[in-house]
Design a protein around this ligand. Structure first.
Ligand SMILES: [Zn+2]
Length: 309
């Protein structure tokens, strides 16, 4: 039995001390430790598998060669105008991004003390949602490659923000804050790479696709490696499911419009991506309203607690 296991066992016999200890290390929610019925604590490394899988996908992309944009990408199913606005449904369905982005930014600002080092990732994510509302509307009014840059850029920035937010929640908030500028740089470069290669006649979406895949790989694996906790898993799980559905709807744009005649797959994509952002907003509210001392536990922190008692 390690000194940490002894410490927890001793602490559990004292209710007050145990509650202090739980509040401090936030055992169940941290994802950095697991707690079993035998009153033992096991330090885990929940981030190694997501990193390995992400690098594996990167290697696959590198070996695959350039991935170009789908033919007729700008030819959306729903071409109807409304109130003088072309492709009205694909334009108006961006309103939700503006609302959730604004509300999220407000909560980030008001809850910055509780969020601490996690503030940056969430702030970037919700700022990107707000920018997506404008960028996507600008693009859908008159879809072409030059306008698509302003649609893809905020989406890439949102991926960087959500990666940082997820890392802060499940692994380490200081690492997440340190990584954020690099993720943002990668996000901008991924869109720039696509745009420049597109101009040369051989567009390559690999960096952009890889960046978009990162949250889809990382968050489920971190959820899987972390102790099960509905309050934690619920919002993130809904967000990932909604985003996966959104990507599916995007691919089925014409098929869904042919079936329903009222709403297209791309409009559904906007709506489900908005729902994913709402789930993250829900999680943010949970953190701000219930969490006053959260920080994923680390070996160093356990050692500090050990010394303190
Ligand atoms: Zn769109």
């Amino acid at each position: 039995m390690t000194k940490y296991q002894i410490l927890i066992r001793q602490s559990l016999s004292n209710t007050t001390l145990a509650s202090k200890l739980y509040a401090r290390v936030n055992i169940i929610e941290s994802g950095a430790v697991t707690y079993s019925n035998s009153n033992t604590v096991t330090l885990a490394r929940p981030h190694l598998i997501p990193i390995a899988v992400s690098l594996l996908l990167l290697i696959v992309f590198l070996l695959h060669g350039p991935i170009g944009q789908l033919d007729h990408y700008h030819d959306f199913a729903d071409q109807r105008s409304l109130g003088g606005i072309p492709h009205a449904m694909d334009v108006w369905s961006n309103v939700g991004f503006a609302i959730v982005g604004t509300l999220g930014l407000a909560v980030c600002w008001m809850g910055r003390r509780q969020l601490g080092a996690r503030t940056a990732g969430y702030t970037i994510f919700f700022a990107a949602m707000l920018m997506t509302a404008f960028g996507s509307s600008w693009y859908h009014i008159a879809p072409d490659n030059s306008r698509l840059v302003w649609d893809r850029l905020p989406i890439a920035v949102a991926c960087a923000g959500i990666m940082s937010a997820a890392w802060a929640e499940f692994v380490n908030s200081k690492q997440a804050r340190f990584a954020l500028p690099w993720l943002l740089l990668g996000a901008c470069l991924s869109v720039a790479w696509w745009h420049v290669t597109e101009l040369t006649g051989m567009g390559d979406l690999r960096p952009y696709l890889w960046l978009q895949a990162l949250p889809l790989i990382t968050v489920p694996l971190l959820l899987w490696k972390s102790p099960k906790r509905p309050a934690r898993a619920g919002a993130w799980t809904i967000a990932i499911l909604c985003y996966v559905l959104a990507k599916g709807f995007e691919l089925a744009d014409h098929a869904i419009f042919d079936l329903l005649h009222l709403i297209s797959g791309h409009t559904f994509k906007h709506l489900f991506a908005t729902l994913a952002a709402w789930a993250i907003y829900w999680r943010l509210q949970q953190l701000v309203s219930t969490d006053t001392s959260y920080e994923p536990v680390t070996q160093h922190k356990l050692s500090m607690i050990s010394k303190a008692h």
